[in-house]
Design a protein around this ligand. Structure first.
Ligand code: ADP
Ligand code: ZN
Ligand code: ZN
Length: 796
């Protein structure tokens, strides 16, 4: 008996215990760990991942057989399988969500979705490709006949291309289709080809099925051990077509000029040497590369990656979501050319799938991407880079709530390779580890060519308010005028979108609230609406107070829309661009704004914190931060760290080239230490001060933390459950663990759900994991309250 243990995807019945299924004889050679399969579950057909093969099952009843394979080769390799298990334990989430998270978006659905192939691979003259036309979604209930018909209708021609799918009917497993160009007759002939068991052809089928857009270089096929005669017979049979490719381009990115390694300064050379040595010795050292913006960190990354490649290994580089701009990708491609694969959220599912396949087949030696790229199936890693390691986008906010930095460490251990965490403002966790020697600290103390740091002025807005009431202080206005007259560029950041923070009746004090959430509505003048930034609720702006009918209903507070209006009034001749969530909803709009500003098509770029990071505009000589203390108003232990980080990052935007930069920070808290240390760009000073506060408050990095959040549409229900959980935890954890709560979240009701939380602080708790896993498993039974467990939450 052959048994596959399968982790199934049933949202209502999650468990980490796999279900056993029989492997039918005709699939016995094909099923391996890491493949997705279709299995019966109750009356449904569902998908799952094979996590183990066995010759017996402990299940008493009669086992049901696997119905179909979704993959012909594993999509989760052994490394990622180990990682999924580890991640499920450390993030208190179910294995199925970890496995799904590892795959690119388009592959998370049960059957291969329609993927339109836009990419043309760069090929040499005289190389041949098999080309498919398009593909179609095939779901488990479709029969061969109806699929054929559907495909023909779709293509409106007699040539069709099908994604492969293996389907088990009453007698045998048959090939329903493969990805190749076929007529209906040819498709017919094609069925049963696997039964024919011609080895080389079988292999070819495997390869073809991996290719979602069914384009393959003949040279690659031959390299993977498929005989030229098998290819020829495939062409003769008509289920693959030979075409000549003329193009020499990649549609995702413009061609970039080659650059070569720069001559490093002493500090850079030291860093590259240390990382290279660790690559050679396969010792999985963690490095913290600390250096202000412009100190040459990226060059260190590039040369470390180059060293890994020289040693026949690969490299993975992660960047925060918002900074994965063409600017950084081009820099990497200029060094490594077409060996680079890219994975980020602005790509379509099809594009991401193509890149993922390229990586999986070992075609890409360098992967650059955002958070989820840490799961790229790249093998033989020689170095992992985590740029801007402090960035909050490295923490996933949904299940599984993993911290990318920790996943990177797992992969580094598995591959015996170093990790380089880089930042101008390292997270306190990482810096504390470097202090203790757990990470090795590498410093780049100066900007390249001794370029001076920008000059930072702090403007006390309490004084300004008395004078004018404008969003832009007098000193900032003066500086803008001066820069404009010199044709230099300016960035203005106001970390709040919309026009005004809220609306209030001057006579009765009424403030319009979201009907679904405990929060007032934000005024959006451009779209003539009041909006809730938590649930998306919208309503028209009232012209009179709905309570007392007074007309004296006014805006309070400012948002980026109003900043734009004031800037246009004050500087009518300046060209402005606004970048916030509202102006970047369309695909590509973010890049368009950046490109336009980089080409100096505008003088002033204004927007929310989106504009703070990673961008490199040589003509920007002034950065203004209008509400620098917006984060400080939140009662969160990380608010000072966030403020310091943001101000330092945004200041780094000024004066990157040969011009000296200036920064104006407007604040109502000029004496707050986060603002003071940001003014002098003194990370060390900030670190020391903040660590003192964290120690006193028993916060990270002195304590580990867990946040348990419960939500329900009934406030009483969630409160009662959370009180019970708190006593359970206090009972099962040692007296050294600190269990706080339950407390309502600051905005208790969002989208008509009430949120309560419990915080656990601890240093070492051997009972913690089992207690939390018990809570997680029990939560499946208690449908009226949803629970989430967040290991090392970003805020509380
Ligand atoms: P960071 O990543 O720390 O912001 P970069 O690596 O982007 O710093 O370096 C800042 C600028 O200095 C870039 O324009 C880069 O090309 C240049 N640069 C970096 N290292 C060197 C070097 N060793 N010699 C000359 N220029 C360098
Ligand atoms: Zn009123
Ligand atoms: Zn709302």
């Amino acid at each position: 008996m052959q048994v596959a243990k399968v982790i199934v995807d049933v949202p209502s019945r999650q468990t980490n215990i796999p279900f056993s299924y029989l492997i039918p004889d005709n699939l016995s050679d094909s099923v391996t760990v890491g493949m997705r399969v279709q299995v019966p579950f109750g009356r449904r057909k569902i998908t799952g991942f094979v996590v183990e093969l066995s010759d017996h099952s402990d299940f008493d009843g009669k086992l049901k057989p696997i119905e179909a394979l979704i993959d012909l080769t594993p999509v989760i390799n052994p490394e990622l399988m180990d990682l999924a298990v580890k991640m499920s334990q450390t993030t208190y989430s179910f294995l199925i969500s970890c496995l799904q998270t590892m795959l690119p978006g388009g592959m998370r659905t049960s059957f291969a979705k329609r993927i339109t192939a836009k990419s043309e691979q760069v090929v040499k003259e005289n190389d041949w490709l098999f080309q498919g036309k398009s593909s179609v979604e095939i779901n488990p209930s479709t029969t061969a006949e109806s699929t054929t018909k559907k495909l023909l209708d779709l293509n409106k021609s007699d040539e069709i291309v099908v994604d492969y799918v293996l389907k088990r009917n009453s007698s045998a497993i048959e090939v329903l289709g493969i990805k190749a160009t076929m007529t209906p007759e040819q498709l017919d002939k094609q069925r049963g080809l696997i039964r024919a068991n011609a080895t080389s052809q079988h292999k070819l089928l495997n390869v073809l099925s991996e290719q979602n857009n069914a384009k393959l270089l003949q040279s690659d096929l031959v390299k993977s051990g498929i005989s030229a005669s098998a290819i020829k017979s495939a062409i003769d049979k008509g289920w693959a077509k030979q075409i000549k490719i003329h193009q020499n381009r990649n549609p995702f990115m413009q061609p970039v000029k080659q650059t070569s390694a720069l001559k490093l300064n002493v500090a850079q050379q030291n860093a590259v040497d240390k990382v290279s040595l660790s690559i050679d010795e396969r010792d999985a050292t963690r490095f913290l590369l600390e250096g202000v913006t412009g100190s040459g960190k990226t060059e260190v990354y590039l040369q470390s990656m180059a060293h890994a490649l020289e040693q026949g290994r690969t490299a993975l580089m992660l960047v925060p979501e918002i900074t994965l701009t063409p600017q950084i990708v081009n820099r990497i491609r200029s060094r490594f050319g077409d060996q680079v694969a890219m994975l980020h959220s602005a790509m379509s599912n099809g594009e991401r799938f193509d890149e993922w396949q390229r990586i999986n087949r070992g075609k890409a030696k360098v992967v650059v991407g955002v958070r989820s790229a840490i799961f790229a199936p790249i093998k033989n890693l020689g170095v992992i880079i985590v740029d801007e390691e402090h960035d909050s986008s490295y923490k996933q906010s949904d299940n599984p709530r993993y911290q990318t930095r920790e996943v990177a460490k797992f992969r580094a251990d598995y591959n015996h390779c170093p990790v380089v965490f880089g930042s101008a403002t390292p997270s306190l966790e990482s810096r504390a580890r470097a202090q203790k020697g757990v990470y090795q600290l590498l410093s780049l103390p100066k900007r390249i060519n001794d370029q001076v740091l920008p000059k930072v002025d702090v403007v006390d807005m309490r004084q300004e308010l008395k004078n004018s009431g404008s969003l832009l202080s007098a000193p900032l206005q003066e500086k803008i005028t001066e820069k404009l007259s010199r044709h230099e560029q300016i960035i203005l950041m106001l970390n709040r979108r919309g026009y005004a923070s809220f609306l209030m009746c001057r006579d009765c004090g009424y403030v319009p609230q979201c009907p679904n959430c405990d929060i007032s509505l934000t005024v959006h003048k451009n779209s003539h609406s009041l909006q809730c930034h938590y649930c998306g609720h919208q309503e028209p702006i009232p012209t009179e107070c709905p309570m007392c009918h007074s007309k004296r209903i006014r805006n309070f507070g400012y948002g980026s829309e109003q900043l734009e209006e004031q800037v246009k009034e004050l500087f009518p001749d300046a060209r402005t661009l606004r970048m916030d969530v509202d102006t970047t909803r369309k695909k590509g709009s973010h890049e368009r704004i950046i490109d336009a500003f980089a080409n100096h098509e505008a003088d002033i770029l204004l927007g929310t914190q989106m504009i703070a990071k990673g961008l490199d505009f040589p003509d920007v000589t002034l950065v203004g931060v209008l509400n620098s203390d917006s984060a400080l108003q939140f009662p969160d232990f990380r608010s000072s760290e966030r403020t310091f980080e943001l101000l330092t990052q945004v200041a780094g935007r000024a004066g990157r080239a040969d011009k000296v930069g200036e920064v104006v920070i407007q604040t109502y808290n000029p004496n707050h230490y986060a603002i003071k240390f940001a003014k002098t760009q003194d990370y060390e000073g900030f670190y020391q001060k903040e660590m003192g506060i964290r120690r006193l408050g028993k916060y990270p990095p002195f304590y580990y933390t867990i946040k348990i959040t419960g939500n329900s549409k009934n406030e009483n229900t969630v409160m009662t459950r959370m009180v019970a959980l708190t006593s359970y935890l206090k009972e099962h954890l040692s007296s050294k663990a600190i269990v706080l709560g339950p407390t309502p979240k600051m905005i208790t009701r969002v989208n008509n759900q009430y949120y309560y939380q419990i915080i656990i602080k601890y240093r070492f708790e051997d009972q913690l994991q089992s207690a939390l896993n018990r809570i997680l498993n029990d939560s499946q039974k208690l449908k009226d309250v949803q629970l989430s467990i967040d290991n090392e939450p970003l805020d509380f």
